[in-house]
Design a binder for this molecule. Structure first.
Ligand code: C2O
Ligand code: CU
Length: 637
């Protein structure tokens, strides 16, 4: 619902800018002829109609999606044009027409370069100033009979000047440098700058700690020990297509790491020949900060010929995954990822199923792991089956499962309490980076898993049958599984607002700006791009509440490192099912989530969109503890 409304509003705002311009020109002409606008010109009515349509869109958005989705429109974006417009309608005059024109442009600007919540007061002040200037110049020049002429058109010229200036200023917030240069504006600086959000406690005289001190156990013999060697290689998909890939130990997905909760795990990363550098990030496992594998924040990238040792003790069982965090957009897509399973006692036939998009010659190739075509597997009827679905691609996937009733037993590694049986044909929407564990009992017939083809055409299909010969069935889209109401809550209810030490507002949006050196329509956090996005500052032990709202026209799977988050509500509707723990929350256009977490893992942590393309263009921010600094800098993805 929200997405078509957003698009409609973008179009309306564009049209409004045009009719506003015509109206301003008309006013300028009248003043130049030393005349006045007394009757209402047609263009004024057209402008009014467009504004009315935009108001209707805002009301619809408010009704369907809620206040966070329309706040900036109703507080600033629309008033700047509605106020002068009402004046022009009630008492038509050249001055009112000029001001309406300027208001239309401001409104356009505020929608196409939308300010984040922290910049709203500044944007409001600047808008008021621009409107006042327009009124002033229009009054001055319109009244001076002796001066008439071309000068009188100045108000609308000054409008353009103001618009250009605003555009330039606004774009400053949207400057993200390309991944290959060191941006150096690392969180260690942002944490102490005006960009920091969140006040309250102060680190005061508390001694500062470096990320480097926040390691896993340095001594002790590890219970599980692995070496992962990153190297160029070729991946052969089931269809026979070959991918020029990056591999761990010669394969992609890399080897499954299976460990026990509470055990000391040691993984040595070796980079054979990946020139961009490599790191290992343990997605979803809340490891100590120094083991988190974020180049430029917790370590330097591991260059060819170098190695790096990670040591940590996983404290929760479940389905996790590892991937490089260096040049992620290309390196993860090309294969630097694998499964990390912390034993959780689920019984039966088990299979890790990565939903992946491989970089093909012309197109992305949708696959389950390396299966981009039909694959068959024999499973004895009556046996329990557990599929660990892991989305290693940058897009969310709709996964179709037919042939047997099933249960979603875990989400992002967190068990779901009292998972109800879902009818075959219920579709799962899996966030980029997210995981679902799916369990069913093998029937006598075939069970099919497919990737929806409407977004990304693909032939991937897994068929499970007792004799292993059945072809995957053709499946149609079914009802969508809704995590909000699934399962039963057994733990305590989320507590109320007063219990929080910090409250953060994250707005995901689109806007024009400079990203990677070129002017584009890009995805922003709080109206800005990394490194200009304010760092979220916390104190150890804080209870933190965050609201994440997607005002743009695209999905953003938000991933906070180092902390497990709990979803409280979506668009005002509380979670009624099993407690919704997650580490990667897909925020779709028009959605607004309230989440909370405890700041219990000191460090400097990434909080970013797991669509690596968005991350690379600047959808990155940090969560920093007020007593931790990092000596590293450089691109963090
Ligand atoms: Cu799975 Cu910061 O990433
Ligand atoms: Cu995104």
């Amino acid at each position: 619902m929200a997405e078509p409304l957003f698009l409609t509003d973008l179009v309306l705002a564009f049209l409004l800018a045009i009719t506003g311009g015509l109206l301003g020109r008309r006013a300028g002409r009248r003043q130049a002829q030393r005349g006045e606008i007394r009757r209402r010109p047609l263009v004024l009515y057209v402008t009014a109609a467009i504004v009315a349509a935009r108001l209707a869109v805002a009301v619809l958005l408010l009704a369907t999606s809620g206040w966070p989705l329309v706040a900036h429109r109703l507080l600033l974006g629309l008033p700047v044009v509605v106020l002068p417009l009402v004046r022009a309608l009630v008492r038509p005059s050249a001055v009112a027409a000029h001001t309406t024109a300027m208001g239309a442009w401001l409104s356009f600007y505020l929608l196409y370069v939308p300010p984040g919540p922290q910049d709203l007061p500044v944007a409001a002040g600047a808008s008021a100033l621009v409107l006042a200037t327009t009124i002033g110049t229009s009054l001055l020049l319109g009244d001076r009979r002796s001066r008439g002429g071309r000068l009188a058109r100045l108000p609308w010229l000054s409008g353009i000047a103001a618009a250009v200036t605003a555009m330039a200023l606004g774009s400053l917030f949207l400057v993200s440098e390309s991944a290959t240069t060191d941006w150096g504006g690392g969180p260690e600086r942002a944490g102490h700058s005006v960009h920091a959000m969140g006040h309250g406690h102060d680190a005061g005289d508390a001694p500062m700690r470096s990320v480097d001190e926040l390691t896993g156990p340095r001594d002790g013999i590890p219970d599980a020990r692995y070496t992962l060697t990153a190297a160029h290689g070729t991946v052969r998909l089931s269809s026979g297509r070959k991918i020029d890939a990056l591999t761990f130990n010669g394969t992609s997905p890399g080897p499954e790491l299976r460990v026990e909760k509470g055990q000391l795990v040691e993984v040595t990363l070796v980079n054979k020949d990946v020139t961009e550098g490599v790191t290992l990030h343990w997605h979803g496992v809340d490891v100590p900060n120094a083991e988190d594998g974020v180049p430029g924040v917790t370590q330097n990238p591991v260059r060819p010929g170098e190695r790096h040792v990670y040591r940590f003790v996983p404290d929760r069982a479940g389905t996790y995954w590892y991937h490089t965090h260096r040049d992620s957009e290309r390196s993860v897509e090309r294969g630097l990822f694998g499964a990390l399973i912390v034993e959780d006692g689920q019984q039966g036939v088990q299979q890790n199923v990565f939903t992946h998009l491989w970089p093909g010659a012309d197109d992305q190739i949708g696959a389950f792991g390396t299966a981009d075509s039909a694959e068959r597997r024999a499973v004895q009827a009556g046996r329990p089956v557990v599929l660990r679905l892991i989305n290693s691609s940058k897009e969310p996937h709709r996964i179709l499962l037919g042939g047997a009733p099933f249960r979603v037993t875990a989400h992002d590694g967190n068990p779901i309490d009292e998972p109800g049986e879902l009818k075959p044909g219920t579709d799962l929407f899996l966030a980029a980076g997210g995981r679902y564990d799916v369990a069913f009992t093998m029937p006598d017939d075939v069970v099919t898993l497919r990737l929806d083809t409407s977004e990304i055409p693909n032939e991937a299909g897994l068929a499970f049958s007792p004799d292993g010969r059945a072809e995957p069935a053709a499946l149609k889209r079914g009802d969508l599984f809704d995590r909000l109401s699934y399962g039963e809550r057994t733990g305590p209810k989320p507590e109320g607002g007063q219990a929080y030490d910090r409250d953060f507002d994250l707005v995901l949006d689109n806007g024009f700006g400079f990203s990677g050196g070129s002017f584009t329509f890009t995805d922003t956090i709080n109206g800005r791009l990394s490194p200009a996005v304010p760092t979220l500052m916390v104190h150890e032990g804080d209870r933190v509440r965050m609201r994440i709202t997607a005002r743009g026209i695209i999905d953003h799977p938000m991933h906070l490192h180092g902390h497990r988050i709990r979803v409280i509500s979506r668009n005002g509707g509380a979670v009624t099912g099993s407690t919704w723990w997650t580490d990667t929350l897909n925020v779709a256009p028009g959605e607004s989530y309230e989440i909370d977490f405890t700041a219990d893992n000191p460090g400097v942590w990434m909080d970013h969109c797991h669509n690596f393309e968005h991350a690379e263009s600047g959808m990155i921010m940090h969560l920093a503890y007020d007593d931790v600094t990092t000596p590293y800098h450089g691109p963090a993805h």
